[in-house]
Ligand binder design. Sequence first.
Ligand code: SF4
Length: 178
Amino acid sequence: MLIDGYDLEVFTPPCDPGAVRYAARARLIRNISEVLPYLNATLQGAIYVPGAQALTWKQGGHHIAFHALEIATSNLEDREEAEKEIEDLIDLVNQTWERRSEITPDIRTRQRPTPMAIYKLLPNTNCRQCGEPTCFSFALKLAASLTRIAECAPLLETQCAVNLAALEAMINNAPANA
Ligand code: SF4
């Protein structure tokens, strides 16, 4: 087990005083920088910066940051959610570390695709099947990892296979320095 102890801090982000949402950080006892390339290889949309020993990731509306001695997350409702979210992230790190012999580590820094680059690959019919009023709204959410490609049903149809493949490659495997 890589992480076997940490101190939890739940707080209102200093950039947003009086906010009703919270942020949390786990201060780690052991350095986890060695696991970051393995997380980079397995977490969709993660951005790894080797020089800073930092990896950021967005999931479920949370902005998450893994550092050598800290894991932080944001946009939490209360302390209970903070404790659960941090526990889940600790489990993720420990499970990834246990499986590292099965994973090829990735030290590349991916570039997050822009909403416009995503939009150009969407069907552009504004059909609303994804729940968004326009394709560009969907592109904004996808760029921020707040939705999934599969929510756009028309894109999954055969005639859109080329665009779908390009979009999946852009979202999942877009190294900036490859
Ligand atoms: S389902 Fe796809 S095509 Fe329809 S509005 Fe959403 S993104 Fe556009």
